[in-house]
Design a protein around this ligand. Structure first.
Ligand code: SF4
Length: 954
C-alpha cells in the first residue's frame, strides 16, 4: 500500500464541506482498500493479515499481549507475530478494561509499530542538510557537548524533556539520569495536561490521582463531566459510562462550552463561557447549601473548613453565576439538583478544566463539590480524572517532573536522602553533581527546575532573571513534541538560539523541524513501546505489563539503552545503573522495576513486583469487567493491575486499592481514608478525621502519619523483626526501606499515611480556596475589577506575568481587536502533538485538515462559508491559516481548534525541513501558534482554554 501526503495548504474552494470525503482522499492517495471504515469504537479484528511480503501466510503465529499506546484507558490487545514480523492484531475480548473494544487509534496500532514514516537511523543537521550518522558518533558528539556546557554554564543548562510514552522503568531511569547529571530541569507533558490536578487534588485529600476506576463508573447514578469529552478523548471509557446510563439510568451532565460528542449523550448540557468553572461550581454549591442537600455527617467527620466554602458560595447566587458564566439560572439549578438527587455521583474532568491560569483552583473546586455531596470514598462516586497519554500517570508517579523525585517525595534534603539511600549512593556525591550557590535566593538542588511549558523562557529570558546560573543551552526532546506548547513563535526562537537540539523519538517531531537552524540538531531514533517491554500505569492507577512484540525496527534503540549509552559517555553510568544487571548492552528492565518497588513507599508502589504485574497481564480473562477483581485463578481476590497503594512488599500480597479513601473496606483489602499530610492542626483546630475510620481500624478516630515513635507509643514496636527495627529506627512509613512500619500499621487496620480530614482550604497556595479570576485575555473587561488576576510574581526559577498582561488587554483594546474567545481540545483520530498519529495512514485518512470551529452567526458576520480557508490571529499576533468549520456546536462568540496539528507555521509548510521519508501524511497549523501567555501559579500549567482571537477570510 502506498500513501502520499496530501498538501494541507492547497486551495480548497471546491470542497462542499469540511475536509474531503474519505472516497476523495483514497483517490488522491491511491489507496485501494476499504478496511479502515471499520476502525470505530468497539470494532473487531479489522487489521489481521496486514502486508508483510516476506512472511509466508501460514508461518506459525506467536501471540503477544500488549497495551494500546494512544491513551490512558489502557486497552489490551493481542499482537500476532510471524517470523518476527507483527502481522496482525486483535482487541482483547477478555481484557478487564476494554472487553474487546477499541477506538480508531487502538485499531491502527500495528501500523504505528511498522511506521514507514519513522526515523530509521541517527541523523545530524549539517549545513542545512540531514546526514546519516552512526550511534557512536551521535552519542559521542551529544555527550561532548553536554560536558562542554556543564563546564561553562553548569548542569542546569542542559534540559531533559521526558515523555509520558516511556514505560514506568523508562520514566524512573530518565528522572534518575537527570538527578545523576545534577539538575531538576526535567519534566514531561503532565505539566501541560494534569499538573494542576496533581497539585490541587493532592493538597485536598492526599493523592493527586483518579480516585476510582473506569469500570467503577458503571456504579454511578450521576456522571458530571466538566472540561472532559471522553467520547473523543477516551472512547472506550464510554463503555462504562453507557453501562451506567443503561443500568442505573445514570444522569449525565456535561459542562463544556461546546456541544461535544459526549454532550450528545447528556441529560443536561451547560455551555459555560471558557474560564468560568469556579463560579459555576460555586453556583451549584449555592443551591446545595441553600437547599440543605449537603452531606452533613460527611462534612463534619471528614472535611476541614467547609464553612469557608459555604461563605464563598454565598457570593455566587444564580443571577451572578448566570451573568459570569453565560448560562441560564435554571441550568445551574438543574445541575445541582441532578447531582444531589442521584448519589453516588462521580465527577470527571480533563484538560478543559486543568489548562487554565487558575487550573489548580479549578480542580479544587471540583473536589469541593464532591466533598459537599459526600461522594468521596464510595463506589460510583469519586473524582475520575481521565489522564491523556498511555503512561502519563506512571510518568507523574515516577517523578518525571521539575518539582519532584519519584513517588512525590518533593525536592527537600530529606527527599534526596531517601532516594540516595534507595540508590545506595553517597549523598555527598549526588550533591556534588549539582550547581552550588543561590540564584535569586534559591539553591538549585532543592529548587524546582524550569517547567516543560516554559523551557523556551529558560532559553530566551535574560539570565539575571532566572534563578539558575545560566540559560538552557542544550535540550533533549525525548518523546515530547513541542507543538503542544503555547507561544510557538517563542518556541521556535528558543530552538534557534540553543547550542544544540537533541530529539530522541521514533519520529523527527517538531523540535527537529520547526527551527531555522543549519547545524546543531540531532535526531536519535527511539523504538516504539511495542519494541520494548515494561510496565505502564493507566489512569485508574492500575499497572500493566507490555510484552515486547517485535525487536526494535531499523536502527532504533530502546529508550533505556539510549540513556545507558549517554550515561556511560558522560561518566555517570556506574552510579545510575549501580543496582541493575547490564545484559545485551542495557539494564535489565525488571531490575529497574524492583528498584522502583524499593523506594516508592509514599504511594504504595511497593507491592507490585514485575512478577505480580506480569501474572495479571497473563490472566486478563480472570478479572471481572464490572468489579476489576479476579474471581478465580492465580490472582483470585486481587484488583486488576494492583492499583496503588498496594501496601507492603510483594510477598505480603496486598490486592491493590481500586477506590481511594474508602472507609467501607479494611486497609488490607484496599480500604482507607483521607491522608494526614499537613500536620494535625491548623489555626488551633483539629484537622484529623473525627469518628471516621476504615473498617477494622484499631485506632477508631483520626491519627497522624506513622513513624517509629508512633509505633513505640502504641506499643507495637516489638512486632517488628530485629532487621526491620534496625531499618525503621528514626524513620517514618515513607522512608523505612524495610517496610516494617507499613506492615505493622496495616496489620492493625491502620493506613500508614494517617487519617485526616480533606482540606477545603489550602493555606500554602496563592488562593486558599478557589477564587474566580478572569482569564488574562478576557472577553469580559467589565468583570476584571471584581475578579482580577494575580499580581506578577516569581515562580520558582522564572518571572511570571499576570496583571501586566490583563492590563495590556485593556490599554491596547485587545478584547476589541480580538473579539472571539479561543479554546482548544482533542479529536478522536489523533493524540498529543500528533506526529505519531498523523504519520499513521489508517488515522491520517480519517482527519486530514486542521480547522477552526466557528458559529454560523460569527461566520456570517465575517462573510465566511464552511470549508473556506481563513486566517486566525491570536491576541499576541500569532497568525495561522486553517479551514473554517461553520457549526452551531460552538456558541456564538466562541471558537475551538484541535491541538494535534503541526508542520505548517504562519501559513508556510515546513515540509522541506523534514528528513526524507519522514513527512507525516497530514500537516497543519498548530493551534498553539495562536495561543497566548498564561500560567498557573502553583504548577506553571499553560492556558490553552481561554484566550482571544480574530478570524478573517484567507
Ligand atoms: Fe483504548 Fe484509548 Fe487506545 Fe482508544 S486510544 S483503544 S480508548 S487505550
Amino acid at each position: 500500500m502506498k500513501l502520499t501526503r496530501k498538501s494541507n495548504v492547497a486551495p480548497v474552494a471546491d470542497k462542499p464541506a469540511l475536509g474531503i470525503s474519505r472516497r476523495q482522499f483514497m483517490k488522491h492517495a491511491g489507496i485501494a482498500t476499504g478496511g479502515i471504515a471499520a476502525a470505530s469504537l468497539m470494532g473487531t479484528g479489522m487489521m489481521r493479515r496486514a502486508e508483510a511480503a516476506d512472511v509466508p501466510y501460514d508461518a506459525p503465529i506467536e501471540i503477544k499481549r500488549t497495551i494500546c499506546s494512544a491513551c490512558a484507558v489502557g486497552c489490551g490487545l493481542y499482537a500476532e507475530v510471524q517470523n518476527g514480523v507483527w502481522t496482525g492484531q486483535e482487541p482483547a475480548f477478555d481484557h478487564p478494561f476494554n472487553a474487546g473494544g477499541h477506538c480508531a487509534k487502538g485499531a491502527a496500532l500495528r501500523e504505528h509499530g511498522h511506521g514507514e514514516k519513522r526515523l530509521k537511523y541517527p541523523m545530524k543537521l549539517v549545513d542545512g542538510k540531514w546526514k546519516k550518522i552512526s550511534w557512536d558518533q551521535a552519542i559521542n558528539e551529544v555527550g561532548d557537548k553536554m560536558l562542554e556546557i556543564r563546564k561553562e554554564s553548569g548542569p542546569d543548562s542542559v534540559y531533559f524533556m521526558g515523555s509520558a510514552k516511556f514505560s514506568n522503568e523508562g520514566c524512573y531511569s530518565y528522572r534518575k539520569l537527570a538527578a545523576m547529571w545534577g539538575t531538576n530541569n526535567v519534566d514531561h507533558s503532565a505539566r501541560i495536561c494534569h499538573s494542576t490536578t496533581v497539585a490541587g487534588v493532592a493538597n485536598t485529600w492526599g493523592y493527586g490521582a483518579q480516585t476510582n476506576s473506569f469500570n467503577d463508573i458503571q456504579n454511578a447514578n450521576a456522571i458530571f463531566f466538566i472540561g472532559a469529552n471522553p467520547a473523543e478523548a477516551h472512547p472506550v471509557s464510554m463503555q462504562h459510562i453507557l453501562i451506567a446510563k443503561e443500568k442505573n439510568n445514570a444522569k449525565i451532565i456535561v459542562v463544556d462550552p461546546r456541544y461535544t460528542r459526549t454532550a450528545a449523550h447528556s441529560d443536561l448540557h451547560c455551555a459555560i463561557r471558557p474560564g468560568t468553572d469556579i463560579p459555576f461550581i460555586y453556583g451549584m454549591l449555592w443551591h446545595i447549601f441553600e437547599n440543605g442537600w449537603e452531606d452533613k455527617t460527611f462534612i463534619e467527620q471528614r472535611t476541614y473548613a467547609m464553612d469557608e466554602i459555604r461563605a464563598e458560595a454565598k457570593k455566587f447566587p444564580p443571577k451572578e453565576v448566570a451573568d459570569v458564566c453565560g448560562v441560564s439560572e435554571d441550568v445551574i439549578y438543574q445541575a445541582a439538583k441532578l447531582m444531589a438527587e442521584n448519589r453516588p455521583g462521580t465527577v470527571v474532568w480533563c484538560m478543559g478544566g486543568t489548562q487554565h491560569h487558575v487550573g489548580n483552583a479549578n480542580t479544587r473546586a471540583y473536589c469541593l463539590l464532591q466533598l459537599a455531596l459526600g461522594n468521596m470514598g464510595v463506589s460510583g462516586g469519586g473524582t475520575n480524572i481521565f489522564r491523556g497519554h498511555d503512561n502519563v500517570q506512571g510518568a507523574t508517579d515516577l517523578g518525571l517532573l521539575f518539582d519532584n523525585l519519584p513517588g512525590y517525595y518533593g525536592l527537600t534534603s530529606a527527599a534526596w536522602q531517601h532516594w540516595t539511600n534507595v540508590w545506595e549512593l553517597d549523598m555527598e556525591w549526588v550533591k556534588g553533581r549539582f550547581d552550588h550557590g543561590t540564584y535569586l535566593g534559591r539553591e538549585p538542588m532543592t529548587t524546582p527546575g524550569i517547567p516543560c511549558s516554559r523551557w523556551h523562557d529558560g532559553v530566551l529570558l535574560e539570565k539575571d532573571k532566572l534563578a539558575q546560573k545560566d540559560n538552557i543551552r542544550l535540550a533533549f526532546f525525548w518523546g515530547q513534541s513541542v507543538n503542544t506548547e503555547t507561544r510557538q513563535a517563542e518556541v521556535r526562537d528558543a530552538l534557534d538560539k540553543m547550542d544544540t537540539v537533541v530529539v530522541v523519538d521514533p519520529f523527527p517531531t517538531m523540535a527537529g523541524v520547526m527551527h531555522r537552524r543549519k547545524n546543531g540538531v540531532y535526531l536519535l531514533p527511539a523504538c516504539t513501546q511495542f519494541e520494548a517491554s515494561g510496565a505502564i500505569s493507566n489512569s485508574g492507577r492500575s499497572i500493566q505489563w507490555r510484552e515486547q512484540v517485535v525487536q526494535p525496527l531499523f536502527e532504533s534503540k530502546n529508550d533505556i539503552e539510549i540513556m545507558y549509552l549517554l550515561a556511560k559517555k558522560v561518566g555517570i553510568a556506574d552510579q545510575w545503573a549501580k543496582r541493575w544487571e547490564i545484559k545485551d548492552g542495557k539494564p535489565v528492565t525488571e531490575d529497574i522495576s524492583r528498584e522502583i518497588n524499593r523506594g516508592m513507599w509514599t504511594i504504595g508502589y511497593t507491592g507490585q513486583s514485575p512478577e505480580r504485574i506480569k501474572q495479571h497481564t497473563m490472566n486478563w480473562g480472570t478479572f471481572s469487567n464490572k468489579t476489576l477483581e479476579a474471581e478465580g485463578g492465580p490472582c483470585k481476590g486481587e484488583t486488576y493491575g494492583l492499583p496503588w497503594p498496594c501496601w507492603g512488599t510483594p510477598e505480603q500480597k496486598h490486592p491493590g486499592t481500586q477506590i481511594l479513601y474508602n472507609t467501607h473496606k479494611h486497609v488490607k483489602d484496599g480500604g482507607g481514608n483521607f491522608r494526614a499530610r499537613y500536620g494535625v492542626e491548623h489555626n488551633g483546630q483539629n484537622i484529623l478525621a473525627e469518628g471516621s475510620f476504615s473498617k477494622g481500624c484499631e485506632l477508631e478516630d483520626g491519627f497522624p502519619e506513622f513513624t517509629d515513635k508512633m509505633l513505640k507509643q502504641l506499643g507495637w514496636w516489638d512486632e517488628l523483626t530485629a532487621e526491620e527495627k534496625a531499618s525503621a529506627e528514626g524513620k517514618n512509613w515513607k522512608t523505612d526501606l524495610s517496610g516494617g512500619i507499613v506492615r505493622v500499621a496495616v496489620k492493625h487496620g491502620c493506613i500508614p499515611f494517617g487519617n485526616a480530614k480533606a482540606r477545603c482550604i489550602v493555606w500554602t497556595f496563592p488562593d486558599q480556596f478557589p477564587v474566580h479570576r478572569e482569564p488574562l485575555y478576557t472577553s469580559r473587561r467589565d468583570l476584571i475589577a471584581k475578579y482580577p488576576t494575580y499580581a506578577d510574581m516569581q515562580v520558582h526559577r522564572l518571572p511570571t506575568l499576570y496583571k501586566s498582561i490583563q492590563d495590556k488587554v485593556i490599554t491596547d483594546n485587545l478584547d476589541k481587536k480580538y473579539p472571539l474567545v479561543l479554546t482548544s481540545g482533542r479529536l478522536v483520530e489523533y493524540e498529543g502533538g500528533g506526529e505519531e498519529s498523523r504519520s499513521n495512514p489508517w488515522l491520517a485518512e480519517l482527519q486530514q485538515e486542521m480547522f477552526v470551529e466557528i458559529h454560523p452567526a460569527d461566520a456570517a458576520d465575517r462573510g465566511l462559508r464552511d470549508g473556506e480557508m481563513v486566517w486566525l490571529e491570536g491576541a499576541e499576533g500569532g497568525r495561522i491559516k486553517v479551514m473554517a468549520m461553520v457549526t452551531p456546536r460552538v456558541p456564538k462568540g466562541i471558537t475551538w481548534m484541535p491541538y494535534h496539528f503541526a508542520g505548517v507555521m504562519h501559513g508556510e509548510s515546513l515540509e522541506p525541513n523534514y528528513p526524507e521519508g519522514t513527512v507525516p501524511y497530514v500537516l497543519g497549523e498548530s493551534c498553539n501558534t495562536a495561543l497566548t501567555y498564561g500560567y498557573d501559579p502553583v504548577t506553571q500549567m499553560q492556558e490553552t482554554k481561554a484566550s482571544l482571537c480574530q478570524i478573517e477570510k484567507a
